[in-house]
Design a protein around this ligand. Structure first.
Ligand code: HEM
Length: 189
């Protein structure tokens, strides 16, 4: 894809990965546990978006994760990934329907095949926003994701540090997966 999208260009398209693994506090078991998952992601390119002299190119994305053969996903995200070619800034703005929005940011070269983005609650530049219940009971203190692009694959590893009211210490809530490109089938005509 044209290099207006910088390191994000390699992500355009539809992807699946069945080797996902989540670690989180499971209320049903009252303890920390692991959850293997299947994930489906789509990234649709757009741009430029002009903010005055800034020209952003981006991908709008949706992702969903399923456990075993469950019908409904147990985790979803929608949002945007953005690239500012003039500064090398990458932004990932996304929402999780627990009442969380994240604007994670970082920098990379246009031809980078790996990059890291960060956000933190209360950060003036790259904040995590959350509702009142979560602030009191399960606050997302910080977030960090590293994306690595391979040959026909891409991977992420992310850690959200959670302040859980059930636990004495911050909990690293971690997720990682490797996604493979899938064909998109169009109806004829
Ligand atoms: C691949 C990405 C993710 C998956 C698959 C995932 C999955 C999960 C799971 C399974 C739980 C445990 C629910 C339970 O059994 O009680 C959980 C809890 C939670 N997650 Fe995530 N999560 C992901 C990313 C994130 C991110 C990026 C954030 C915040 C920036 C986040 C914030 C939370 C919070 C605050 C809770 C605690 C909710 C509660 O205990 O009331 N998660 N997540």
């Amino acid at each position: 894809m044209a290099n207006e999208w910088g390191p994000l260009g390699a992500l355009a398209g539809s992807w699946e990965g069945e080797g996902g693994l989540d670690t989180s506090f499971h209320h049903a078991d009252d303890k920390v546990g692991g959850t293997p998952y299947l994930e489906k992601v789509t990234f649709a390119p757009f741009g430029p978006v002009d903010n005055g002299s800034q020209h952003l190119y981006g991908l709008d994305y949706k992702t969903a994760m399923w456990r075993n053969d469950e019908q409904d996903p147990f985790h979803t995200e929608i949002g945007y990934w953005l690239w500012d070619g003039a500064t090398g800034e990458i932004l990932r703005a996304f929402s999780i329907p627990r009442g969380i929005t994240v604007l994670a940011g970082g920098h990379a070269d246009a031809d980078a095949t790996s990059f890291t983005l960060k956000a933190a609650v209360g950060d003036p530049q790259y904040p995590i926003g959350e509702g009142q219940y979560l602030t009191a009971n399960a606050s997302s203190v910080s977030y960090e994701v590293t994306v690595t692009v391979g040959d026909g694959t891409w991977s992420y590893a992310e850690t959200t540090m959670l302040r859980m009211k059930e636990l004495p210490d911050l909990l690293p809530h971690t997720d990682h997966n490797t996604l493979h490109k899938v064909a998109v089938h169009h109806f004829p005509g």
